[in-house]
Ligand binder design. Structure first.
Ligand SMILES: CSCCC(=O)C(=O)COP(=O)(O)O
Ligand SMILES: [Zn+2]
Length: 209
């Protein structure tokens, strides 16, 4: 392996961890991290099997999503959503994964435009420490046209950390550090699994009454 920056290596480590969870089915998913003291960020190359590790996993792009170095690699097809976040916030890492659970939740609650969680200890891991804290995740329509998707996504990018579900597509989360982004992603996926199991148990209990 070549020598890479600290951020490149951090993103590679996050990618390996998410791959271990099997969160990159069918080449889906994209990840990025800001290169400090520069207007650039590293992002996954498009269309690759993100479970595999190589020196050409990431390329450096500017805040318009254009490569800043000579490369044959294409930035993620969803780079625009990453640039939306880096332009609007001080976030330093963006993670996007497709899981069965985030897809089913987005479909179940898509008509409501959001899914909310309350009274879960794990919400504290997102920095919400009050007893009645709520974690609200907006759900947007999965426009195939990425500039249009970006237009619908942008209004939900409000702080330096957050999460948005794209209906029957996946989740995009961001945080001030790789650690924070990963924590938010794990909390969301935990809550999605919880909600689906709870709904299932309630339906089963209802059916045997
Ligand atoms: C293969 S899933 C369709 C594209 C997608 O949603 C995704 O997350 C991966 O696209 P990329 O260009 O980043 O590989
Ligand atoms: Zn995607």
């Amino acid at each position: 392996m070549n020598t890479h920056t600290k951020e490149w290596q951090e993103l590679a480590d996050i990618k390996a961890e998410l791959a271990e969870r099997d969160w990159f089915m069918g080449t889906s998913g994209n990840l990025s991290i800001r290169e400090p003291k520069s207007p650039f960020f590293y992002i996954t190359a498009s269309g690759k099997d993100k479970r595999k590790q190589s020196d050409s996993d990431f390329l450096l792009v500017d805040l318009k999503g254009k490569p800043v170095e000579d490369t044959n690699l294409r930035p993620s097809a969803e780079t625009l959503l990453h640039t939306d976040i880096y332009r609007k916030t001080n976030a330093n890492c963006v993670l996007h994964v497709h899981t069965v659970e985030n897809n089913v939740i987005s479909e179940l609650y898509g008509d409501e435009g959001q899914v909310s969680f309350r009274n879960h200890e794990i919400i504290k891991a997102t920095g919400r420490w009050d007893e009645d804290s709520e974690l609200r995740i907006p759900i947007i329509y999965n426009h195939a046209d990425i500039p249009l998707l970006s237009d619908k996504f942008k209004p939900h990018v409000e702080g330096d950390s957050g999460a948005v579900l794209i209906r029957n597509h996946g989740i995009t989360v961001w945080g001030k550090s790789g650690l924070e982004a990963k924590r938010i992603l794990e909390v969301c996926e935990f809550l999605f699994q919880y909600q689906l199991l709870l709904n299932q148990q309630k339906a089963f209990a209802g059916s045997i009454r």
